[in-house]
Design a protein around this ligand. Sequence first.
Ligand SMILES: [Zn+2]
Length: 223
Amino acid sequence: MHINVNLSSPIKITDSDGLLVIDMQNDFLPGGSLAVTDGDTIIPGINDLGNFFSQNNQIVFTQDWHPPDHHSFASVHTGKNPFDEYSGPGLGPVLWPDHCVQGSKGAEFAPNLDQKLANMILRKGYHKSLDSYSAFLENDKKTKTGLNEYLKAFNITNVFICGLALDYCVKYTALDARILDFDVYVILDLTKPVYTEESVLTKVLTDLESNQVRFILLKDLRF
Ligand SMILES: [Zn+2]
């Protein structure tokens, strides 16, 4: 990515920090039905980071988990193709190829992702007529996933977010985390976007920055 953003200076991780690993599933990786370019390249770094975090912190993996006839899929809308624009309550702005269908190989975590790191696995997107980009609230902005209450039960005040994809689930998770009063860092070298055009990415990062989401690199996290 050739985007200029302000990067945070090094930070020491404490017990009030949580790590959110978003949607590291086969369908979002090269070879999957909704593949994010180079999505697999961030897995070793996530494993390394999770191993540093794991002693005292909460680590949550999220898993996109759709019924086979989920309304975010172009295949359930007559005459629509994947990536066509679409807006409906809790859906859009585009329709997707079928992905992360409950119980399918595509919905499984990447085989080389170290699943032992997760304290909790949160599944989202299982309501048929509602998508869930954010790990906190589904796309109607009302239906809770329980993640906010979970993190607060463990006195987590800061969240570090990595995974896929930067311009959808990472972005909306970060924005909701800010609304819910967490300090939020996106680990910029441990995420990749669906849409890689520079103008699109710049807008995503600007939106995040203007909501006080901060950016950091893996090398600047200290333990
Ligand atoms: Zn999905």
